[in-house]
Design a protein around this ligand. Sequence first.
Ligand code: NAD
Length: 476
Amino acid sequence: MQGKTVRLYVGGEWVETGATFTVEDPATGERIAEVADAGPEHALAALDAAHASRAELAASSPRTRAGWLRAAFDAVLARTEEFAETITREMGKPLAQSRGEVAYGAEFLRWFAEQAAHLHGGFAVSPDGASRIVTTHRPVGPALLITPWNFPLAMLTRKLGAALAAGCPVLLKPAEQTPLTAALLTEILDGLGLPEGAVSLLTTTRAPELSAALMADDRLRKVSFTGSTAVGSALIRQSAHHVQRTSMELGGNAPFLVFDDAGLEAALDGAMLAKFRNGGESCVAANRFLVHRAVAEEFTARFTERVRELKPGNGFDPASTLGPLIDARQRDKVTELVRDAVAHGAKAVTGGEPIDGPGYFFEPTVLTGVDPAHRVMQEEIFGPVAPIAVFDTEAEAVELANATPYGLVAFVYTRDLSRAVRVAEACETGMVGINRGIVSEPAAPFGGVKASGLGREGGRSGIEEYLETGYFALGL
Ligand code: NAD
């Protein structure tokens, strides 16, 4: 990969732009690749091609679209090592976790291959018996897919699989920190025999300009975005002009509730996964640990022991279990949140500092004595920091869990079935992990409420985000 220059892919051609940007390895700070830097003119050329391909794509049979996606699934899995190494190189997570992402990311291609062939409308007799109603679906049209750096493959396939299954041409806009995985996936899509223009890859450092130019054009019919709430809400405002459809997977602030009747061993396993998988750089990462007073001391002691066993290091070293943060900005933000909590009375029982040396590492950290008002509890941390606060009653736990503008996911640990259902129903989130530290699953409708977003990805709902529903009223 070293020394490689990645080009844009527009209208079925690999294109040089003249301008490039550098991608660096977050574990070492070393330069890994030069990547073509697209401007608005390239984005509009991609939209021309997408628009031109839309009728052919819409007319393709469901089996044909399923075949493309199934072939992409097989091709990604066949190149698992190459994908995993690329993900670790540009994003930093340990290689074993990158292999996990490849399996998970590929699964969306298989899931939507299956969904493509199972699309169907509906039939109803009108209540007065005078007409028949046939419900139909058609693809929304060209879709801009903007993805973040934390899961460079899975965030793309989750959108792309649904869009192509529905018959929508796509413009891929990966995060500038992680364009290499997207380029590898595009290489695979290039070999599938899709209509020319059905897929374009726009790598760029000028995301706001590109998205503004595309959204000002009413041939673009859809924007699907995963990233920060601030950018998501700016895109929703821009979409108002041409009434473009939006799907928004935005930030989270997941509470992780441990009740006094929880299986503590299971809660500890779940806590390690929910907090430290992907180095905490996940929108579904546990952001606030809320633990019942009766088990708080034991939970904290045993959790801290496990956190001390984590090994920060280069993702290519098999001993590493925690990668670097994505860049200096993210490391500075995590440092600032921890310092703010400590300055206001919290205690770092382990960790608490950035790690010196090359790369953007931060010590795996547990904070106690944290107040729900501290910034570390209010803001999305996106790093390996676990703040723990204590509660006394179920009502207090639910109130604390919901005291955030976000509503993506909550985790609940209890062995009391009634309590599990009661608390899960009371959590104002799109998803709840009950005695489970991971909720993501291609067959499930991933998504949030409140400031965490709009729309669902995966499950049966995922494809609906790319379909217009209509009907024929049949007179008799
Ligand atoms: P971001 O929202 O700035 O970037 C996400 C994607 O949007 C990238 O592809 C970026 O190039 C693009 N983008 C940025 N500004 C844009 C604009 N004005 N118009 C169109 N596209 C634009 O997120 P980030 O800077 O990578 O991370 C910042 C914070 O976002 C993180 O700390 C975290 O809280 C959150 N985040 C959430 C998720 C998630 O999965 N929900 C993922 C990554 C980051």
